[in-house]
Write a protein that binds this ligand. Structure first.
Ligand code: UDP
Length: 195
């Protein structure tokens, strides 16, 4: 991945299109990967919280989800070409998964929100396999059951919408166990998709 260092974080300089292609490479590898679409909120939190920063830096792919970071890269040798937001990547990954038969699993958002999001996604991408989903208001005691279901369903992509930094901590904690090829934190994307 071509990257540029901004505030100690190696941001990808790929376009949205290249990013989606690279996601397919990660899926095909079968190994667990963590992708972060780093919005200004995430970049700020990474400056202030070292544990969070280390998790972000360990991610296999970090995109510039903010005009500020894209702007900052223009002053380096490796300018980023465009913003790559969590929401845009999510929609493009649904296209990819529907086209090439990869399944998806959703964790996060309020129960009614994720239900509506699933209905809307299935309407717009009728051939997409949604392997399963779970809302994001669970206690520590529910995590084993959620993880068991994800391991059983074996999705290609896990979308985690718990908000930052919880979604990144959650992915970091469980990604090896779950062995999902691509896990991505998508913040409030399901709130938008639910309409
Ligand atoms: N969320 C969740 N469980 C929680 C807290 C938040 O599932 O314990 C969901 C929330 O419903 C929303 C998403 O996380 O769908 C993103 O929340 P927020 O807007 O706070 O995060 P941001 O988009 O700013 O990262």
């Amino acid at each position: 991945v071509p990257t540029v260092d901004i505030l100690g974080i190696p941001f990808s300089t790929m376009t949205l299109e290249e990013t989606v292609q690279y996601c397919q490479t990660m899926i095909e590898s079968g190994q667990p990967h963590h992708m972060v679409t780093a919005n200004p909120e995430i970049v700020m939190m990474a400056q202030e919280n070292q544990e969070f920063r280390n998790i972000i830096k360990k991610a296999q792919l970090i995109t510039c989800d903010g005009t500020g970071v894209v702007w900052a890269t223009q002053y380096t040798e490796f300018p980023a070409q465009e913003r790559v937001t969590g929401y845009d990547v999510t929609l493009r990954l649904f296209d990819l998964c529907e086209r090439d038969g990869y399944s998806v699993y959703f964790v996060g958002a309020k129960p009614a929100v994720i239900e509506r999001a699933v209905v809307n996604v299935q309407k717009k991408w009728p051939k997409l396999t949604i392997a399963g989903y779970h809302h994001g208001y669970f206690g520590p005691g529910d995590e084993e059951k959620i993880c068991d279901e994800i391991m059983e369903k074996k999705p290609s992509i896990l979308f985690v919408a718990l908000g930052a930094p919880n979604q990144e901590f959650w992915i970091s904690k469980y990604k090896e166990l779950l062995n999902v090829p691509l896990a991505i934190g998508v913040g409030g994307s399901f709130d938008v998709i639910s309409g």
